[in-house]
Design a protein. Structure first.
Length: 385
């Protein structure tokens, strides 16, 4: 069994309701500040089901490792990160990406803690990088504890961020519509994260410092470079040594329908190998496999949009490599029968498609990983604000 299992209740719910987050904590009781810490959560977008199954396989493996005395660091596993979204259904359809009460995306609007942390540590940082990291983590925990929330969704954000903010590794398990396995991480986390992506077999990895909207992973990892930037401009002599001490990644476990027990077990095994390599679990592990894909800028993603409303006919498959101007889909006008081509703006691999085969005009139907930026960093590079 895990060292502890806790139920943390959300605040600000409706009368007569009570929602809580289940938290499994693994690690030796004697673990200190110098221990590695990993935080893993599934289904912050609550209708993205593959992560829920992968989390159960991870839980079984961590329980076995705990029973064998192989847990060396602190590991927190949240098997479902969004009890609000899990409770939302409209006419039999799960609505787990947005809060029905506000329309806000559950994976947006996490706080940027850089200013609050800077105020706490500005005059206390010194030449010792490890001591600086410990000081910043303590200040970040204080800043989160001081956050006064007013909504149930913000209460959830406070709980999740409070569990993760001092971790060395943060893994947020999601999925796309129809997609290859891919991931998002910070530019400063590359190539440190390359072994994680190789273990999982990610076909595409997207890098950004600011994707826009402040999603969960960037609230954890972005604190470090945002804080360093603030200190560089505000302290005489520039910033003291402050590494990017959190590798945070959003892992997209293929598409919504890719809910398969054997596949989920293999994904869990890959993550366990990664945790072992990072010293959180005892055991020998081989070098990571050859990467299945490569890292490209998130700003280089071509979100191909439907030119008109109608029936979508895909001309390319997931994993195909396309060229500029190539037709990736046609949209058939159901009134006239005219077929309108949707074309690629960049060369690259097709890594995601919309599962719905009837589309609105302007809706994203295909995503292509390109090398050349098509948008500015931080300008809303993610979909569905």
């Amino acid at each position: 069994m895990p060292l502890t299992t806790e139920e943390i209740a959300l605040d600000h719910g409706f009368p007569g309701t009570r929602r809580s987050v289940t938290v499994h904590r693994f690690g030796p009781a004697t673990a200190g500040a110098d221990r590695p810490k990993a935080y893993i959560q599934a289904a912050l977008h609550a209708d993205e089901i593959p992560g829920l199954l992968v989390a159960q396989h991870i839980l079984a493996r961590l329980r076995a490792a705990d029973a064998e005395g192989r847990v060396r660091g602190d590991i927190i596993l949240v098997p479902y990160a969004n009890p609000i979204g899990l409770s939302q259904a409209v006419l039999g359809t799960a609505i787990g990406r947005f809060a029905l009460s506000s329309g806000i995306n559950f994976n947006r609007d996490f706080p940027d803690l850089a200013a609050a942390v800077a105020d706490r540590v500005m005059d206390r940082l010194g030449p010792d990088a490890a001591a600086n990291v410990a000081l910043v983590r303590h200040a970040a925990r204080e800043a989160i504890a001081a956050w006064e929330t007013a909504t149930e969704a913000d209460s959830l954000r406070k709980i999740l961020l409070g569990l993760a903010i001092d971790a060395d590794v943060v893994l947020d398990l999601h999925c796309d519509s129809e997609a290859l396995l891919h991931a998002y991480t910070g530019t400063e986390s590359w190539p440190d994260a390359s072994d994680l992506m190789a273990e999982l077999g990610c076909r595409a990895v997207f890098l950004a410092l600011e994707s826009g909207g402040n999603p969960f992973d960037e609230s954890c990892s972005g604190l470090w470079w945002r804080l360093r930037n603030r200190l560089t401009t505000s302290r005489p002599g520039g910033a003291p040594p402050l590494p990017a001490a959190c590798l945070a990644a959003t892992i997209e476990l293929r598409g919504r329908r890719d809910v398969d027990d054997a596949q989920a077990a293999a994904d869990a095994d890959a993550l366990i190998r990664f945790l072992t390599r990072r010293g959180l679990l005892a055991g020998e592990v081989a070098a990571p496999p050859t990467p299945a894909g490569r890292a490209t800028p998130l700003a280089g993603v071509d979100r191909v949009r439907a030119p008109v409303a109608g029936v979508v006919l895909y001309a390319v498959a997931l994993g195909d490599t396309v060229t500029v101007g190539q037709t990736v889909a046609e949209v058939v006008d159901p009134v006239t029968g005219v077929r309108h081509p949707a074309r690629a703006r960049t060369p690259g691999i097709v890594w995601a498609r919309a599962e719905q085969r009837y589309t609105a005009a302007g809706a994203i139907i295909t995503s292509i990983a390109g090398d050349r930026p098509l948008a500015e960093e931080g300008s809303g590079l993610l979909t569905a604000r």
